[in-house]
Design a protein. Structure first.
Length: 237
């Protein structure tokens, strides 16, 4: 951005810098310093302005690229005039079973490791105990990691046009259903689901197709937003 060398004010993007003598000045200072009509910008001033604009455009594009890099699957697959109305993930309840398994297998594995190094254990049994301990510990850790990956790579969203379900990391599966093709939406919740705010969402599409989404976080809110968008689409017809 150019700066007026007379008053020191920054010359805005929409203003034109002028040359008075050997100095670059704003339009106001030029009018005060000379009664003549403002002269046409010199090639140097034009080049400086174009260079500044080019740098600003380049910085803006780099900034937008950095922002897009962190976008989720849902936001990166929206149409031009489509927006996300509601987005959620799996409920944390999916970690309960892996955590219990980690606790049980972990304690059993530690017990086997202690037994394998104990003097009271036969030497021929020690390698077997150590192997079993390693299998139990590694299995429990893999189950927990699998649950974490599943949680981080699953997305559910209601947009202004459709619902989007994305699952998987190495093997990605995405399901997209237009809101106009959905006939009914049901939520199944047990006692524990109602307390914790989880449940199974079941969408019934045209032709009687059922798509259950298990262990969803905030399924009632998801259904409410779906119904609102369906009503808006029907009202706009």
């Amino acid at each position: 951005m150019e700066t007026c060398e007379n008053c020191g004010r920054a010359i805005g993007k929409l203003e034109t810098p002028f040359v008075h003598g050997d100095h670059i000045v704003c339009a106001t200072c030029k009018a005060q310093l000379s009664n003549e009509p403002p002269p046409i910008r010199t090639q140097q001033a034009r080049s400086s302005t174009q260079s500044s604009t080019s740098r600003q455009t380049s910085q803006r594009v780099e900034s937008e690229d950095k922002m897009d890099f962190g976008k989720s699957f849902v936001k990166s697959h929206l149409s031009a005039d489509e927006k996300v109305v509601f987005q959620t993930r799996l409920h944390w309840i999916i970690f309960v079973a892996p955590a219990v398994l980690l606790l049980i297998f972990g304690l059993a594995g530690i017990g086997l490791l202690v037994a394998s190094s104990s003097d009271s254990t036969d030497r021929e049994h020690r390698p077997i105990f150590a192997l079993l301990a390693g299998l139990l510990l590694s299995t429990s850790v893999l189950v927990v990691i699998s649950a974490i990956v599943r949680y981080l790579t699953t997305e559910y969203a209601v947009t202004s046009r459709r619902i989007i379900v994305k699952k998987g990391f190495l093997y990605r599966r995405s399901i997209e259903t237009l809101l106009t093709k959905i006939e009914s939406v049901n939520v199944d919740q047990g006692i524990l689901d109602r307390i914790l705010g989880s449940g199974t969402l079941i969408t019934v599409g045209t032709g009687g197709t059922h798509d259950p989404i298990k262990s969803m976080d905030k399924p009632l809110e998801f259904r409410r937003r779906m119904e609102e968008q369906i009503a808006l689409i029907e009202a706009a017809r």
